[in-house]
Ligand binder design. Structure first.
Ligand SMILES: *[C@@H]1O[C@H](CO)[C@@H](O)[C@H](O)[C@H]1NC(C)=O
Ligand SMILES: *[C@@H]1O[C@H](CO)[C@@H](O)[C@H](O)[C@H]1NC(C)=O
Length: 242
C-alpha cells in the first residue's frame, strides 16, 4: 500500500508535468452522454511509452509503470482496497484500475463513466468515489462493489461553468470536508465574483451540501494535501511554470 502510494505520487507528478498547460484553452462543453461505452478491459499486456529514466528520484526511490493504456491520466485516488481511480482533463471518462491477480501491476481497467466535462478531480471517502467536473461534484456510492455497473448521483452542481482553470483537483481534509478549488477564469485578472480563485469546502454529509469559501487568492491549484502532524494545508499551483 505504502509503495503504491509512493509510485502513484511520483507518477501523478510526472503526469501533471507532461500535461501541464497554461493556455486555458476553452474546450467544448459536453452534456452527459449515454454510458454504452462503459467497459472492463484487460490491460495486463499494455505497454506505456514513457521515459522513466528522465524522472529524477530521491535516494532509494524507484519507479516503474504500474498501469498502461490510461489516456490523459491526471488525478489519482486510492481506495482502502488499493483500487486506483483516475480522472482526466482532456478526456471525458473516469477509470478504475485494479490489480486483480495481485502481481503488483494493474491488469484491469474499468471505464466508470463517459461524457463528463473535464472530470479531473477524484477523491475516495468511506467507500464512495467523488468526481469533480467543471461545475459539479458527483458521487459513485459503494464503488468497490459496483465497478461492473457503476452509477452516480449529483452532490452539488452550482460551481461556475467557466472552463478556463475550471478543471479541479479535489481531496478530503482531516475535518472530513471535501475541498474543491475554483480557479481564476483567466490568466491575469481580478475577477469580481468572490468564488473565483478560491478553495472551497463542502460538507458532503449535509442533505443540501453548499460550499463555503475556505481560502482566497489561489489562481489554479493542481494539488494539495495536509501535513500529517500539524494539519497545515500545503498546495501546489501552476504559477511557477507559466
Ligand atoms: C537508503 O537505503 C539504505 C539501505 O536500506 C539505507 O541505509 C539508507 O539510509 C537509505 N537512504 C536514505 C536517504 O533513505
Ligand atoms: C448509466 O446509465 C444509467 C441508465 O441510463 C444511469 O442510471 C446511470 O447513472 C449511468 N451511469 C453512469 C456511470 O453514467
Amino acid at each position: 500500500m505504502q509503495t503504491t502510494r509512493v509510485f502513484s505520487f511520483v507518477i501523478i507528478l510526472a503526469t501533471i508535468y507532461l500535461s501541464a498547460s497554461c493556455n486555458g484553452k476553452t474546450e467544448e462543453k459536453n452534456d452527459l452522454q449515454s454510458n454504452s461505452s462503459l467497459s472492463k478491459e484487460d490491460i495486463s499486456d499494455a505497454k506505456a511509452d514513457v521515459k522513466l529514466e528522465k524522472i529524477k528520484l530521491p535516494k532509494n526511490f524507484t519507479i516503474e509503470v504500474w498501469a498502461a493504456n490510461v489516456p490523459n491520466a491526471r488525478s489519482l485516488a486510492i481506495s482502502d482496497e488499493g483500487i486506483v481511480f483516475v480522472g482526466n482533463r482532456q478526456d471525458k471518462k473516469v477509470y478504475a484500475l485494479v490489480d486483480e491477480n495481485q502481481d503488483g501491476k494493474a491488469d484491469t481497467k474499468y471505464t466508470l463513466t463517459d461524457g463528463l466535462n473535464m472530470p479531473n478531480g477524484v477523491a475516495y471517502h468511506d467507500g464512495d468515489l467523488y468526481v469533480a467536473e467543471v461545475s459539479r461534484i458527483i458521487r459513485f456510492k459503494d464503488i468497490q462493489n459496483t465497478l461492473n455497473n457503476p452509477s452516480y448521483e449529483v452532490v452539488y452542481d452550482q460551481y461556475p461553468s467557466e472552463n478556463h482553470h475550471g478543471w479541479k483537483f479535489i481531496a478530503f481534509g482531516p475535518d472530513g470536508m471535501l475541498y474543491v478549488p475554483v480557479g481564476a477564469p483567466c490568466n491575469i485578472c481580478d475577477p469580481e465574483e468572490e468564488i473565483f480563485a478560491s478553495i472551497t469546502r463542502i460538507d458532503i454529509k449535509s442533505p443540501n451540501p453548499q460550499p463555503e469559501i475556505y481560502a482566497h487568492g489561489v489562481r489554479n491549484t493542481v494539488g494539495f494535501d495536509w501535513h500529517p502532524v500539524t494539519g497545515e494545508m500545503g498546495l501546489r499551483t501552476m504559477e511557477e511554470i507559466c
